[in-house]
Design a protein around this ligand. Structure first.
Ligand SMILES: Nc1ncnc2c1ncn2[C@@H]1O[C@H](COP(=O)(O)OP(=O)(O)O)[C@@H](O)[C@H]1O
Ligand SMILES: [Mg+2]
Length: 228
């Protein structure tokens, strides 16, 4: 087993024309590790998670996967890595409205050409408490249910890294806590690396994850000092 799923070495991000969001970040996510990235809105959480998931190219530094600089790979190889290793959950569940919940969850497997008899969408829906909603359409689900379905979809390919960017951002606190508990349970059971971004520090205790704060573009394992 590699000792890191993804390593960031001296990573910085500057958006055009010259908005600096991240600078000189050294960070590594290990297999089976649980992390939470905290920071106010606009601090760079989504940018950091997109870089970690090989979705966004950093302006400086390296993103290392399997000991190699993944941005030296051809795009095809990065895409193959994302398909095989990565599950992503967004703030907006992003389910396709014309498909049933089950079809949404199985879609990543379909795209990968996995034979139908190995599609585990129904099991995953049962696991997230939606076993009886599999034939519903996304518009019939509550916000919390849609997020459960999105989590099931992210897990469909047995990813080794799951990135959840404000997965509870559209939910009430109580539902948000339930989603965090679910992510924690699934992570303990399936042992994927989990990185969750949130601006809601009250959720740390439900995720029981190692916290990191983005402060002025740097990543720190210490909380920001209270402004006096
Ligand atoms: N594609 C982009 N082009 C220019 N600026 C961007 C782009 N994406 C994000 N930003 C800016 O970068 C900063 C960090 O954004 P983001 O990573 O989305 O923060 P967070 O997820 O913490 O709210 C914000 O100021 C945002 O406006
Ligand atoms: Mg964001």
């Amino acid at each position: 087993m590699p000792d890191s799923l993804v390593t960031l070495a001296g990573v910085g991000k500057l958006y055009e024309p010259s908005v600096r969001v991240l600078s000189d970040i050294d960070w590594s996510v290990a297999p089976g590790e649980r992390c939470v990235v905290l920071g106010s809105s606009g601090s760079g959480k989504s940018t950091l998670l997109s870089i970690l998931g090989l979705l966004l190219r950093p302006s400086q530094g390296e993103v290392q996967v399997e000991g190699e600089n993944a941005w030296m790979w051809p795009e095809k190889k990065r895409a193959a890595w994302r398909t095989a290793k990565l599950g992503y959950v967004w703030q907006d569940a992003g389910l396709l409205p014309e498909l049933t919940v089950l079809e949404n969850v199985n879609l990543p497997l379909h795209i990968r050409g996995i034979p139908k008899k190995k599609w585990n969408g129904q099991n995953l829906l049962e696991r997230v408490g939606l076993g009886r909603r599999s034939h519903a359409h996304p518009s019939e689900l509550s916000g919390g249910e849609a997020q459960r379905a999105a989590i099931a979809r992210a897990l469909a390919g047995s990813p080794s890294l799951v990135i959840a960017d404000e997965p509870t951002g559209n939910l009430q606190q109580r539902q948000a806590e339930d989603i965090c508990r679910l992510l924690l349970e699934l992570q303990e059971e399936l042992k994927f690396g989990l990185v969750v971004a949130t601006h809601n520090e009250a959720l740390i205790k439900y995720l029981q994850a190692d916290p990191y704060w983005i402060i002025d573009g740097s990543l720190s394992s210490n909380p920001p000092e209270e402004a006096t």
